[in-house]
Design a protein around this ligand. Structure first.
Ligand code: DON
Length: 566
């Protein structure tokens, strides 16, 4: 009898514990609010509007992607490509939507070289020859069809409305348009859309895009085929070819989104373990981030003086970016030793050759022979109240992409072909070098640095990413280290930044990132430094602090984004 009672009590205790655990995880499984951070207030509002109408994070991501294509033509758009990292709360499923551009079938490895074998300046940057086959329309429609709750037409509605109504030119827009004025003027359709009488429009001037609205409507009606087949596709191909480009209709009809397994890594510090989920190749982001953090997991960074801490981070970046240049490219075209590059033992080897008191000249690392930037491209982060998450980094590459608009479509084309290595060892527009793994080939996707990521500690989750060309990954490293040591959304986006990318062998830093003493000390250890007074990046972060049941969102204070919770 006694034994029976004891057993019954034990069973009750187990049931109670299970119930409590269930309750606890149920409580923790849904955030108290949704959060959105994007690079433009109108895009954040479009996302909130769709959530309020019963859409999930994936529907909101469709609305935000489309709205950014309208109101942030400096950064992304239907003529570009990108990566959407998804977390589905119901079953924990995670995937990377690879909507990266592909090289047209007529592309070939030496297409940007002159008869002297040198890279012809500008050819992979300005005009339609610089454009890969876009992936953003395909990514958007895939997202809506496979993960959304609302119809594609519903989620596209805010962007279509805005394209007709117009958006106001900002100071940021003016700065970027000034930078890309020559390329925009070279395309009559681009000049008509984005300039006023061939000049930079004043702040507040309304940019209306009725043809872009028509193209979005074709997508709303017909989904993927609304862009990749039929009248829009024909206008794109005709426009590109009549201006010297090489696209064909089969390039468009054969374009596909690829779902890829994200890169996963762990960072260990005295604060506990942080799990990282990030972009897989053809983005270099996840692997380069993982290698850097694997190297840094071997140190107690808290115990270092501030210069040594920064020195070690720089040395880790140098080695991880070197591997990027040597090994990474489109995984469907090149064999990448992913397992080795992600293995902690491999990082142990790299770490063993780091001296705390001396910089290693990049020339001493075996590699390919060989100026980055930072505010075009776009990133947004979304968390909905069910716990679904989207981190998306999207781009047309350079500000205003190739500067070319295909007449009659309103679509501004990318210049993503510049992300290929036009010639082994010759730096691209971000100063990045590469070799065989990232050589141009028909149908291949150029190597990217875009790193939409989720960071997870025992305290909570961060949804994070940023534009910034080659500096994207180093920004993610710094933000991840901050989150691992208790940082929040605001501190992550505000953090002063420093960067090393193997080649050029220079530490770039924002003024606030290094004190005068630190600069002097790093120079003594053998580093060459270059200060950037304007700063770089446009990071967007949403954090769900599970411990305190709080959701916070923050937009990079350096630019014009907006973050909100609801
Ligand atoms: O995919 C890449 O890595 C580049 N096309 C991203 C360009 C970028 O972030 C520009 N922003 N400054």
């Amino acid at each position: 009898m006694d034994r029976q009672r004891k057993t019954a009590r034990r069973i009750n205790a187990v049931i109670f514990t299970l119930l409590m655990l269930g309750l606890d995880s149920a409580l923790a499984a849904t955030p108290p609010q949704a959060g959105i951070a994007t690079a433009h207030p109108l895009a954040t509002r479009a996302g909130l509007e769709i959530l309020a109408q019963g859409g999930n994070a994936f529907d909101a991501a469709v609305a935000v992607t489309a709205m950014l294509a309208v109101v942030e033509p400096t950064g992304s758009g239907l003529g570009g490509g990108g990566f959407w990292l998804l977390h589905r709360a119901g079953d924990g499923f995670e995937t990377l939507l690879d909507g990266r551009e592909t090289a047209p079938q007529a592309a070939h490895r030496d297409m940007y070289l002159g008869s002297d074998g040198e890279v012809i300046k500008g050819l992979s940057i300005d005009g339609p020859l610089a454009a890969g086959i876009p992936g953003i329309p395909a990514g958007m429609t895939h997202l809506a069809e496979h993960y959304g709750r609302l119809s594609l037409a519903h989620s596209l509605a805010p962007a279509i409305r805005q394209a007709r109504e117009g958006f106001a030119v900002s100071e940021h827009y003016r700065r970027m348009a000034t930078f890309r004025l020559a390329a925009l003027r070279a395309s009559p359709a681009a000049a008509a859309l984005f300039l006023q009488d061939n000049e930079i429009p004043p702040e507040g001037y309304q940019i209306r895009q009725p043809e872009l609205a028509d193209t979005l409507e074709a997508i709303a009606r017909q989904g993927h085929d609304g862009f990749y087949r039929g009248p829009v596709a024909k206008k794109l191909v005709d426009g590109v070819r009549s201006a010297g480009g090489i696209w064909t209709l089969p390039d468009l009809t054969s374009y596909r989104v690829i779902e890829r397994e994200p890169i996963r890594a762990r960072y260990r510090s005295p604060h506990g373990e942080m799990r990282i989920t990030s972009a897989a190749p053809p983005s270099s982001g996840g692997i380069t981030l993982a290698t850097t953090l694997n190297i840094l997991s071997g140190y107690n960074l808290d115990a270092q003086d501030s210069v040594t801490r920064k020195h070690l981070i720089i040395e880790a970046m140098r080695r991880a970016y070197r591997d990027r240049a040597v090994y990474l490219g489109d995984p469907d075209f090149t064999r990448i030793p992913v397992e080795r590059l992600l293995h902690p033992y491999y990082a142990d080897g790299l770490r063993a050759a780091i001296r705390p008191d001396r910089a290693l000249p990049s020339d001493y690392l075996p590699g390919v022979e060989t100026g980055p930037k930072g505010r075009d491209t776009t990133h947004f982060s979304i968390l909905d109240r069910a716990g679904n998450r989207v981190a998306a980094t999207l781009t047309i590459n350079y500000p205003f992409g190739s500067g070319f608009v295909a007449p009659g479509t309103g679509v501004l084309l990318n210049d993503e072909m510049d992300d290929f290595s036009a010639r082994p060892g010759t730096p691209n527009v971000y100063g990045l070098v590469g070799g065989e793994a990232n050589a141009i080939a028909p149908g291949k996707r150029p190597l990217s640095s875009m790193s939409p990521s989720f960071l997870q500690t025992e305290h909570g989750v961060a949804v994070v990413g940023t534009p910034g060309g080659s500096r994207i990954i180093s920004m993610l490293v710094l933000a991840a280290l901050d989150f691992a040591t208790g940082g929040d959304a605001r501190s992550m986006v505000g953090l002063p930044r420093f960067h090393h990318q193997y080649l050029p062998d220079v530490v770039h830093y924002e003024t606030a990132a290094l004190s005068e003493d630190e600069v002097a000390e790093l120079e003594l250890r053998g580093h060459t430094l270059r200060e950037f007074t304007q700063g770089w990046g446009n990071m967007q972060v949403v954090v769900w602090d599970k411990k305190h049941a709080v959701v916070s969102a923050a937009a990079d204070p350096r630019v014009e984004g907006e973050a909100a919770t609801q």
